[in-house]
Design a protein. Sequence first.
Length: 117
Amino acid sequence: QVQLVESGGGLVQAGGSLRLSCAASGRTFSLSSMGWFRQAPGEEREFVAAITTSGGVPTYAGSVKGRFTISRDNAKNTVYLQMNSLKPDDTGVYYCAARAGSGTNFWGQGTQVTVSS
């Protein structure tokens, strides 16, 4: 099993920045990628960004490309999401996710991000 704990959410004005962190523990050696999803009120959960644990190859949703940067520190089993130029549409609960090589997915408990206009 893998446990994921997010931190760094909060309230910020439009145009501001936030940095989310996700620390993984447990069978972290089994992970092939880690990433972030978000869910706005009344909406489906959507993909934001992901990064492979070995090569560090990032992928982004079109809506955040150029504004968000995902990175990882394998020594700390931690992935980060630097969010710049935030917009009210970025508001939601941000979930850390991790995928094992077996295809099993793990989820964190979520952290709230609120962007005021």
